[in-house]
Write a protein that binds this ligand. Structure first.
Ligand SMILES: [Zn+2]
Ligand SMILES: [Zn+2]
Length: 435
């Protein structure tokens, strides 16, 4: 009789999961030096979207070394998809990691800084790829503790192509090429690093302030619909001394830039989050020539898809009105680039206990949705998805700079957290699905 409570305890899923966490933790410690080596290798050799030839080879080679036999390369250009196969009728879950870098010149002087001039892993995708390879290694070593199949999606081209780019790329193209079928995962998980530390005295919305050892999440909406636009304003060339003989595209563009900002401040409900940013402007050939053409490029961020359609109409109305008023004309190419991520509420709720076991309750932090964009949403439109944040900031090490800046870096200790959290989330999910 005395044995009964003990046996019941052993059969408890919580205890089983805790035991598994402890086994994983030991393995992760042993794997860590190699993971750091992989991360630095990727960091030193960053590649732009749709150019991830070396990174994709590194990933495929590593998966082969780990004993994976089901590996597809060349998916959506340079993507890699690998399957860790469980029992035949067991459930499947997907883990996604993005692999591309940004056109930024790295300013840190670490020994592992970028060797590719003007290109940098300034969004942490080197760490995302490393964490997914870590999970692949860990779960392949402990297949007996994994209650199903795990599909690894190593994705190219997350950082988006220009509005003028023809065709699809990245996650959307991977989905179109069938990565969410055969087998179809029942859920998809992804993580993203965040290194920003809350500045002293700033008590704003604390969107993404996470230190290494912390995990952040948003139930429901996580980020914004992220779009791109490209505008051409056509005027008429004339001598700079006789502007009345032409139509000055630069003067018209200047007016358009200011008026487009009025959509947010004066023409939409202030309770609807909206960003309209113009990031590029080009025009003119010479100081004394009235420019006949100006090109503008920018991004629009919203949460609500219908509201976004209204903003696009307002942009057209403004551009039409201003150009007509001055005898100019315009063209606008508007691309609804990435839909916003909606984290599945049930999946979030079911996964949080795994995170709390791995990093402790106080280090699992609910965040406020941001205005960033991410194409993980295309996977999460097919099956329930959960995209969470991995804290990588470390003030003592000077790792406090935001993504998409030349000082971005990640505290490598966070790789352990990333692997442990993702592995626990995936294994817990398969435990529930296998029941
Ligand atoms: Zn990015
Ligand atoms: Zn990113």
């Amino acid at each position: 009789m005395k044995l009964l409570p003990f046996l019941l305890l052993l059969a408890s899923p919580v205890l089983a999961a805790e035991n598994r966490d402890a086994i994983f933790q030991k393995s992760i410690e042993a794997m860590f030096p190699k993971l750091v080596e992989i991360r630095r290798d990727i960091h030193m050799h960053p590649e732009l979207p749709n150019e991830e030839v070396r990174t994709s080879k590194l990933v495929a080679d590593r998966l082969k070394e780990l004993g994976f036999t089901d590996i597809k390369t060349g998916v959506a250009k340079h993507g890699v998809v690998a399957l860790l196969k469980g029992a035949n009728d067991s459930p499947c879950v997907a883990v996604r990691a993005d692999m591309d870098a940004l056109p930024i010149k790295e300013l840190r002087s670490t020994p592992y800084r970028s060797r590719n001039p003007g290109v940098m892993h300034a969004c942490g995708h080197d760490v995302h790829t490393t964490c997914a390879l870590g999970v692949a290694e860990l779960l392949s070593k402990h297949k007996d503790l994994v209650n199903g199949s795990v599909k690894f999606l190593f994705q190219p081209a997350e950082e988006a192509m220009p509005a003028t780019f023809k065709g699809d790329w990245g996650a959307k193209l991977m989905v179109a090429e069938g990565v969410m079928e055969n087998p179809k995962p029942a859920a998809v998980f992804g993580l993203h690093t965040t290194a920003t530390v809350q500045p002293a005295g700033v008590t704003d919305d604390a969107v993404h302030y996470l230190k290494a050892g912390q995990i952040g999440y948003t139930p429901g909406i996580d980020n914004a619909n992220s779009d791109r636009f490209h505008i051409i304003i056509h005027g008429k060339m004339a001598h700079g001394s006789a502007p009345h003989k032409g139509v000055d595209a630069i003067a018209v563009a200047a007016e358009a830039v200011m008026a487009l900002q009025m959509i947010k401040s004066r023409q939409t409900n202030t309770r609807q989050p909206l960003v309209i940013s113009i990031g590029t402007i080009q025009g003119g050939d010479r100081e004394n020539i009235i420019a006949d053409k100006v090109e503008l490029g920018g991004t629009v961020r919203t949460y609500d898809a219908k509201f976004r359609d209204g903003v696009i109409e307002q942009m057209h109305r403004i551009l039409k009105g201003i150009t007509e008023a001055h005898g100019a004309s315009y063209e606008m190419e508007y691309r609804k680039t990435y839909p916003s991520i909606h984290n599945d509420l049930k999946l979030v709720e079911d996964t949080l206990p795994a995170f709390r076991r791995v990093v402790g309750e106080k280090n699992v932090i609910q965040l406020i949705p941001g205005m960033g964009g991410e194409d993980f949403s295309f996977f999460a439109q097919v099956v329930p998805g959960f995209y969470f944040r991995l804290g990588v900031a470390n003030e003592e090490k000077g790792i406090i700079h935001g993504g998409h800046t030349p000082m971005y870096d990640c505290d490598e200790e966070a790789i352990k957290t990333g692997v442990a959290a993702m592995a626990a989330a995936v294994c817990d999910f398969l435990d529930r699905a296998a029941k």
